[in-house]
Design a binder for this molecule. Structure first.
Ligand code: 9QG
Length: 152
């Protein structure tokens, strides 16, 4: 996807990365992540969080966690420092090597994730979307660009 009219762009980021999403996320907006998976990667995670507090750890509204050894994607929510029920997709659309484009589409009731233009999974909100204001990325991944895109 070309980034024609982003609302916000983060580039040259180093991992672990945490950035404040200006104005939070509204239904219809998208978070676009262009990156690649280095060889030997075991896992990485993209977290949409409520603030960036380390102690106590900020609530994670949406934890998107590809795990390469088990070829699955674990999604979950952390509230009051406790993980909830995992939603696991036993598929691995992210390959080591070639670049990927990951899009998190924000809807009123859920997030919808696509990789390289193909739908991958949905995750129903467990935390009020209005509380989400931070994107963090950590683990074994290279990221070129992150952009927050307005609704089409
Ligand atoms: O393992 O699972 C998701 O349900 C935990 C992991 C945790 C999450 C969680 O240890 O990993 O993936 O952010 C975290 O705390 C990390 C790195 C039952």
């Amino acid at each position: 996807m070309s980034i024609s009219n982003p609302r916000q762009v983060f580039s040259n980021l180093s991992i672990p990365f945490a950035g404040t999403i200006l104005g939070g996320l509204l239904p219809g907006e998208m978070v676009l992540i262009q990156g690649s998976v280095p060889s030997g990667a075991d896992r990485f995670q993209v977290d949409l969080t409520c603030g960036s507090s380390v102690k106590p750890r900020a609530d994670v509204a949406f934890h998107f966690n590809p795990r390469f050894k088990k070829s699955c994607i674990v999604c979950n929510t952390l509230e009051k420092e406790r993980w909830g029920r995992e939603e696991i997709l036993y598929q691995m659309p992210l390959k080591v090597g070639p670049g990927f484009e990951l899009i998190i589409l924000v809807l009123k009731d859920k997030y919808k994730v696509a990789v390289n233009g193909a739908h991958v999974l949905e995750y129903k909100h467990r935390v009020d979307l209005g509380r989400v204001d931070t994107l963090s990325i950590s683990g074994k991944v290279n990221v070129q660009t992150v952009a927050v895109l307005p609704p089409d």
